[in-house]
Ligand binder design. Structure first.
Ligand SMILES: NC(=O)CC[C@H](N)C(=O)O
Length: 388
């Protein structure tokens, strides 16, 4: 039981289906709302909080003790905290790690986000598994269950939300040595001579729907010259850059209402080799005429088993998604499934039989998580070499 003090005021977590949990806030007074989802990673709370794909969501960690290794300056997946709140069984306020620069509670507070503890996260997770991911509201100021449930029901549902532009960069930038380098003006980016490696490295235009920094780090480490462009960039502007390849990033929200993004991807199909990760995978499937649907409680964690169909090899993968591509909605004559999830049989990757297109639903950049799927960046490189 958590001692409720002035530092840790009592809070109430209310779910839209009427379930409530007494808890405490380890970041002081506040209020938060969003879709409540769980992550099964034992570590990785910093990467999870800063992954833009968690925008609009409150994350429950199933591992019971969180905060032990603090927060450091190297493991950021974006500039700030993108999740709405972090919900844990027990917060460990005294971090011990040589890389720790800050305690988790201070990091959350600095970004104006809530940390919640002192509830039975196992019961909460089992409830989400049975009833599905749903809207929730948590407050230290309002402890009235009925009113909190109403507030949970008043927030917009995740289905139908296009968050691609909200999570994207407003201006294009170069990704150089792990840093963003902006252009003198955005227009300076959309021209053929923008690439500096001039053929010594494959150039990739990465469309940003809320890209995790580690994807950009992996592209750079795999030898690509990377320029990141906003989600609203149209196909003509991408083509004006004449990149060797196009990359579609991860991102928050429901892919189906992102019609402008899907149109751009459709216009780029077959233009140059293209690789999509997570939301990028879903947008590519939609551009190919496929459909997506919402999973009951999604896949979030670092231990999702995925079978690579060509080799029979099983990869342990890092994942974060609430939607999935319906395999039957894709033209099997054109699109070949390449990966499936061994927990629930859902589609985890595909390639096109004629065009140089590949996509995976999981995260080969894997931070936090295993490195089993790192070969995909090399596969992308080979695809570019084969399609000059
Ligand atoms: N990590 C992602 O790109 C997530 C994609 C999408 N928002 C989903 O939840 O399915």
């Amino acid at each position: 039981m958590v001692l409720k003090t002035n530092d840790k005021p009592a809070a109430l977590l209310a779910l839209e289906d009427g379930r409530v949990f007494d808890c405490a806030s380890f970041t002081g007074p506040g209020e938060a709302s969003g879709e409540i989802v769980f992550n099964t990673g034992m570590t990785g709370y910093q990467e999870i909080l800063t992954d833009p794909s968690y925008n609009g969501q409150m994350v429950v960690m199933t591992y019971p003790l969180i905060g032990t290794y603090g927060v450091n300056s190297e493991d950021m997946e974006s500039e700030g905290i993108r999740a709405e709140a972090l919900i844990v069984k027990e917060y460990q306020a005294d971090p011990s790690n040589h890389r720790a620069g800050e305690a988790l509670a201070d990091f959350l507070r600095r970004h104006g986000k809530m940390g919640i503890e002192g509830l039975d996260t196992r019961a909460l997770t089992r409830h989400i598994r049975t009833a599905g991911a749903m809207r929730a509201f948590v407050s230290t100021a309002n402890l009235d269950p009925r009113s909190c449930i109403q507030k949970a029901r008043a927030i917009p549902p995740m289905v139908g939300r296009d968050l691609t532009r909200a999570a994207s960069t407003c201006e294009p930038y170069r990704w150089v040595n792990g840093e963003k380098v902006f252009f003198a003006s955005p227009q300076a980016c959309f021209r053929k001579g923008v690439w500096t490696a001039q053929g010594r490295k494959p150039s990739v235009a990465a469309i940003d729907y809320g890209a995790k920094h580690n994807i950009l780090r992996c592209l750079e480490a795999s030898g690509f010259e990377v320029i990141v462009v906003p989600a609203a960039t149209n196909a003509a502007d991408v083509m004006a850059m004449a990149p060797d390849a196009v990359f579609l990033s991860n991102g928050p929200g429901d892919p189906e209402p992102a019609v402008q993004a899907v149109r751009t991807v459709r216009e780029l199909l077959g233009y140059r080799p293209m690789f999509g990760i997570c939301l990028g995978h879903q947008l590519m499937a939609l551009a190919l005429g496929g459909k997506t649907f919402k999973l009951k409680f999604g896949h979030r964690g670092g231990n999702q088993p995925v079978k690579h169909l060509a080799t029979g090899r099983v990869e342990i993968t890092s994942q974060n998604h609430g939607f999935a591509v319906a395999p039957d909605s894709l033209d099997q004559g054109e699109v070949e499934p390449t990966h499936i999830n061994l927990n629930d049989g859902t589609l985890e990757g595909f390639r096109h039989r004629r065009l140089p297109l590949m996509a995976v639903q999981y995260h080969p950049e894997a931070a936090p998580g295993p490195h089993d799927a790192g070969y995909l960046f090399e596969t992308f490189r080979r695809m570019i070499a084969a399609n000059p």
